[in-house]
Design a protein around this ligand. Sequence first.
Ligand code: ZN
Length: 702
Amino acid sequence: MVAALSAGLAVDTAGATAPEVNPLLPAWTGPYGGVPPFDKVRVEHLQPALEAGMAQQLAEVDRIAANPEPPTFDNTIAALERAGRTLDRVNTVYGIYTATLNDEAVQAIERAMSPQLAAFNDRITQNEQLFARIAQVYATRETSGLTPEQQRLTWLRYTNFVRAGAKLDAAAKARLSAINQQLATLYTRFGQNVLADENDYQLLIENPADLEGLPEPVRAGAAQAAAARGLAGKWVVANTRSSIEPFLTYSARRDLREQAWRMFVNRGDNGGKSDNNAIITEILALRAERAKLLGYPTHAHWRLENTMAKEPARAMELMEAVWTPAVARVREEVADMQAIADKEGAGIKIEPWDYRYYAEKVRKAKYDLDETEITPYLQLENLREGMFHMARELFGFHFKPVDPAKVPVYHPDVRAWEVNDPKGHLVGLWYFDPYARKGKRSGAWMSAYRTQERFDGEVKTIVSNNSNFVKGRPGEPVLISWTDARTLFHEFGHALHGLSSNVNYPSLSGTRVALDYVEFPSQLLEHWLSTPEILDRYALHYQTGKPIPRELVAKIRRADTFNQGFDTVEYLSSALIDMKLHLAGAQAIDPDKFERETLAALGMPSEIVMRHRTPQFNHVFASDGYSAGYYSYLWSDTLTADAWEAFTEAGGPWDKSVAKRLNDNVFSVGNTIDPADGYRAFRGRDAGIGALMRKRGFPAPK
Ligand SMILES: [Zn+2]
């Protein structure tokens, strides 16, 4: 390991093929300014490369800190932007392995490395010489001739150091670093436990009669999942959202729906060695202690300081304003469902495992809309082309498949495209990893393998989209649900946010914006899925090739606010629990009891369960990520709804001048300006709550 480390450090760009060189360490080579060397990487390269990358960055940072010249923006702030390039590249590949190729070997590396990486970060933010230089540049930022972007970068660096404890005394720093390392270990265990329950539990169906109600694509997916597990001829409903939700929507077998539902909502809560409850208690206590150490009343106050909301009270205010009408809507939805169940003589009271199933029946009865009528028109590959169409019309981006011989991928399912502007200049690369597999975390996400920058020469971005669609039979098109199609456009919105970036410094680039702002561009682009321009051209029936009928589209439109009570309450209950857990301060928290009592106090409808129950809430407990930050989706949606009205008030979804304002003030600027200022420049005013309530079909506030 040490040999690999020093061999790697000695080599810069040359000799990448020499056998002793860790392929993760040299600068990326190949077309497009270099691409990740996935073809050369093996799991055993990860740990030595991370260690070498950290050592290299510490040496770089020490040089910046010990510079005898007086501190300037260039020799301190910009120099920090230049530092750590190797570790950035290694971390990118490491992140891909932990999120999408996660096996025993990767998990062992994660367990070893996560506390080391936390300690490494603290060594940098606790470097007093370095912080003194940053503080000096910060003190003179307005008078030293810096551009607004340079001033903002200086502000960001300075506040991030302070927020990470740069001003604490030595004893407090030591305690802080110990807490961060403990937390890193706990986060890793939390995420691995959820993954273990997703991998280890499944609903096995052996009797075809038990498939009652399931449409053909769902059956095919379950057959495929079984075959992949060596159970050919049977059917498997995997314990992941993309398998469970369609099953709950269509299975006519109430007993099996209940089984599937219980399996899914109990991830991380099954007792035994993958149980997350004790870990949550520990995480919350450590976070509360850390916040106090840093001078904040709670973890939530610390987390929200640099967001748009700025303080928990403002986030709570928004959530509470939406909660009451959403719960009222759920009562109506449940009444509609109960009426259908009663009429059918089902003799049941609607339970959480019935919600999706009966909601479908209500949708049919009220809107004459059947999800299974829509799905045959939603072919994954056609929708991808539809997204490319949207990107071309709104942002001028042209997508072209790369030469697979020149751009290696980390799994045969992954494909890559180059993105060019109308003049044919390269914008960046887009990688697409669409299918579920063992070892890939559930859900959908975007990540940046490399961010755009130009302060030391043009660097083009590399972004990726990941999802967990269930592969159909070989050679057959993959059909997805309307919800999944929206998610596809959502994640692509994040990718376009990254691709649109037009800034100088990587720390301010692309999607590196405030947490409660980052979902705004992605949520906004979900809207284009339901435009006639996309549906007429790209929602084509997988057998007849005919476009989705106008009447069906009209029905989809009319049903737009259908089930918003469910969607909103499912989400908001998670967001409220997240915030309340982190406002609770230093008391020892029993997550199960806290969840139960808080939901009861909120008046949570018994027919719905949180979208992410506490023991499986990866957003909040697998990293600091969305901790005290799950409200961000609602906060961003306030902007999203209002921004969509900017289009509808003008020439419609394809209005070029609104699209240009959106690009100039939102998509391209990254974190170079305050997001509130960017939004105001786009819209001419701040966003109120009215558009959000209209979007969800709730009564608008007076
Ligand atoms: Zn998102």
